[in-house]
Design a protein around this ligand. Structure first.
Ligand code: FAD
Length: 688
């Protein structure tokens, strides 16, 4: 790898193009140098796309949500066969003499050029197939434009609410549905909700579930309309399942019987049997009540706008390192290789590495901390790799949380259950980590290196026995146990010339259990009051289940994520039974001390959480062990609720009122006149 030795090499470090482009709603934009201080949101609003709003400015409200699409260079290698097959089929229609083997013989880049040329020459013929093939290798995800540095989306396609539909050419079905469902009032948060939903639909191969829809909206806040009509509007895009509305399986329904979404009971309000007076009377409230809109009402027949595809130019374009500037001497680098990154770090030891910018952005904008050099590391293969190994998972430091979440789910399906106890814990913890927009950009390494005392993941890395690989500017690699990495308040074991390279998460062994805990004011998108990660490894010795190894780590109880080492030492070698529980609780109480004037307050509550988490862990492990030979510690039925995984069924709400016509709009659910503007607008909306 080598270190920097002479001036010539230093010159090389500064290499990088100043040619930056971006597509916004299908339109090519050249990004001039000098804009490194701008966020994507500032840029969008500067060019007149004011549908995307500035709300909190810290990624918490979702009013600035846009969809970003990028073409995955690595995936391109894997899927370049598929677009060929599709493009070849289309090509045959235009040039019947063309032979498949001729197409196959072409260089990959030439084939992709061919796709692009064909798209220009005969867009209608190729549109659907090209869309399909591009979709395979193109990622679409919602982001908070208020936190995304402008140059971080270089070479990508940004779609804003103005890009999906408008009043003149027709509203997109998502926009139409929200307008019809009375899902907007002041209209401020509306574009953000629409873009979150749009990104979900664009990135889903099959219709999402209601749960997925709600999850994708966790990062969007609404303060005046209320969530019921918004959820009602988007629910129509979900997989439908009548069983959700009733205790009775849909198979057991009589022919022609309909489950009323309002009452959850079989009724005839949709069957048209109006001559049955009694039935009509008993269902009167159903018929006359205002009902949520159904999918057929928003089939998007007015939508003539074509769905924006990923720009062919971005498929063909080769990514280059970037070297851009911004206001006040700010420098923005985007190296494409680890060597270049380490050289930059050697030259600028104080440089901030940036992935999702969800910490750095807040420090720079809200805390007014000035960083002079920012290095974007989202294109360094060694930092973005995810590798499933024989002994565990290797996770690049720049891997985004949503990518990690997807991999963990896959691993769960592929590997034997006992190996994935830690993976399950991470899946659960990431579920309640921020909103989707943040998870789509925030990185594993960014969370670790920020070393927030309330990080949701750091106590889990510690408990799960993870190891961090650290590399210095000379290319030397060392490994640190997660447990030893956190040194103080936002202080980690990284020298000035070091960066975090990757994280190794070992598989769990049989009878080794890892569990996550988080208590916040609310479940979705909220920071923890106290969180924890716990692990225990039990082994049977002389007909008793003994603790062979353990690890208990807490967040939210000290200036750093804290290991309860005395409790751990006590547990090792003990029999897993009630006596252990009682004694461990006593030790834990003294081991984790929260001062009366500790920042964050709620000291008594936080103390009780540290104990109750351990109590729940004890019950949970005992429940997992239930039925094992010689294991006697059964969980009483009265305690079972403490071990059940939390599951919140998708929400349903109902607004119950009769529609009485007075000859005026008063009292009737009329769609308000500005709704169509609000769901699509680039016009400024005046708030009261
Ligand atoms: P960045 O801001 O890009 O970087 C953060 C820091 O890490 C910087 O100092 C950077 O230089 C350093 N860094 C990054 N990569 C490396 C590397 N490879 N080597 C050395 N240093 C590196 N956190 C939680 O734990 N739970 C939550 O529920 C939660 N909710 C949030 C909600 C919102 C709205 C926001 C804005 C933040 C939230 N966070 C939460 C915190 C934040 O999202 C995480 O800390 C995130 O993982 C940081 O990742 P990033 O890629 O955005 O970091």
């Amino acid at each position: 790898m080598g270190s920097l030795k002479n001036e010539e090499e230093l010159e090389g470090v500064e290499e990088g193009s100043k040619e930056a482009i971006l597509y916004v709603n299908g339109v090519r934009k050249v990004l001039p140098d000098g804009l490194a201080h701008l966020t994507l949101l500032e840029y969008l609003r500067d060019i007149g796309l004011t549908g995307t709003k500035l709300g909190c400015g810290e990624g918490g409200c979702g009013a600035c949500t846009v969809m970003v699409s990028y073409f995955d260079e690595n995936l391109k290698k894997c899927v370049n066969q598929l677009p060929d097959i599709i493009a070849f089929d289309e090509l045959k229609k235009v040039v019947p003499q063309f032979k498949e083997h001729n197409f196959r013989k072409m260089e990959t880049s030439m084939r992709w050029s061919f796709h692009a040329v064909l798209y220009v020459l005969c867009p209608l013929a190729l549109k659907s197939s090209m869309c399909y093939s591009y979709n395979i290798a193109t990622w679409h995800y919602a982001v908070n434009a208020c936190l995304a540095p402008l140059y971080s989306v270089e070479g990508m396609h940004v779609i804003t609410v103005e890009g999906i539909g408008n009043r003149r050419n027709g509203l997109h079905p998502i926009q139409e549905s929200l307008a019809l469902s009375h899902g907007s009032q002041c209209g401020f948060c509306t574009p953000g909700f629409i873009m979150s939903m749009y990104a979900l639909l664009r990135s889903s191969q099959t219709p999402p579930s209601e749960e997925q829809i709600e999850e994708s909206l966790a990062g969007n806040l609404c303060r005046c309309t209320g969530y019921r009509p918004i959820i009602d509007a988007f629910r129509v895009f979900a997989k439908t399942d009548d069983v959700l509305y009733t205790d009775r399986s849909s198979l057991s329904l009589q022919e022609g019987e309909f489950i009323c979404p309002s009452t959850g009971k079989p009724c005839s309000c949709k069957s048209g049997s109006s001559n049955d007076k009694d039935a009509a009377k008993s269902n009167m409230s159903c018929v006359d009540r205002y009902e949520p809109i159904s999918y057929s009402e928003i089939q998007g027949s007015t939508y003539t706008e074509k769905e924006l595809i990923f720009p062919p130019e971005l498929l063909l374009r080769k990514l280059t390192p970037l070297n851009m500037n911004g206001f006040g001497g700010l420098k923005w680098y985007r190296p494409l290789g680890l060597k270049h990154l380490l050289e930059l770090k050697a030259r600028y030891p104080d440089a901030k590495l940036v992935v999702g910018n969800s910490e750095v952005g807040i420090e720079m904008r809200l805390k007014r901390i000035q960083y002079q050099v920012l290095i974007s590391v989202i294109n360094i293969p060694e930092l973005t790799m995810l590798s499933v190994k024989d002994d565990g998972l290797e996770i690049g430091a720049a891997v985004r949380l949503s990518s990690l979440q997807n991999l963990l789910r896959k691993v769960l399906a592929d590997r034997v259950a006992y190996e994935t106890s830690a993976c399950k814990a991470f899946i659960e913890q990431i579920k309640w980590f921020a909103g989707t927009q943040i998870k789509n950009v925030a990185s594993v390494g960014g969370n670790i290196c920020t070393a927030s005392p309330i990080s949701d993941l750091n106590p889990l890395w510690m408990a799960a026995g993870a190891k961090f690989r650290v590399i210095n500017c000379k290319g030397n690699i060392r490994t640190v146990l997660a447990e030893n990495f956190f040194l103080g308040y936002r202080k980690v074991d990284l020298a000035h010339d070091e960066i975090l390279l990757s994280i190794f998460l070992p598989w769990t062994r049989p009878f080794e259990f890892v569990k996550e805990f988080k208590q916040a004011h609310r479940r979705d998108d909220d920071i923890a009051i106290v969180n924890a990660g716990m692990r225990v490894y039990l082994q049977e010795k002389e007909e008793k289940w003994m603790v062979s190894d353990a690890s208990i780590a807490y967040g939210g109880v000290a200036p750093l994520s804290l290991s309860a080492s005395k409790t751990k030492d006590f547990l090792i070698g003990k029999i897993w039974n009630r006596e252990l529980l009682q004694d461990a609780l006593k030790i834990l109480q003294k081991n984790i001390l929260i001062k009366d004037d500790a920042p964050g307050g709620m000291v008594e509550f936080r103390k009780s959480l540290t104990l109750s988490f351990f109590f729940k862990f004890f019950l949970w492990v005992s429940h997992q062990m239930d039925g094992q030979r010689f294991f006697l510690e059964t969980v009483p039925i009265s305690h079972l609720s403490a071990v059940q995984p939390f599951h919140r069924p998708s929400v349903t709400g109902m607004q119950d009122y009769e529609v009485v016509k007075h000859g005026t709009a008063v009292g009737s659910p009329e769609i308000h006149l500005s709704s169509k503007l609000q769901v699509s607008t680039s016009k400024k909306i005046m708030l009261q």
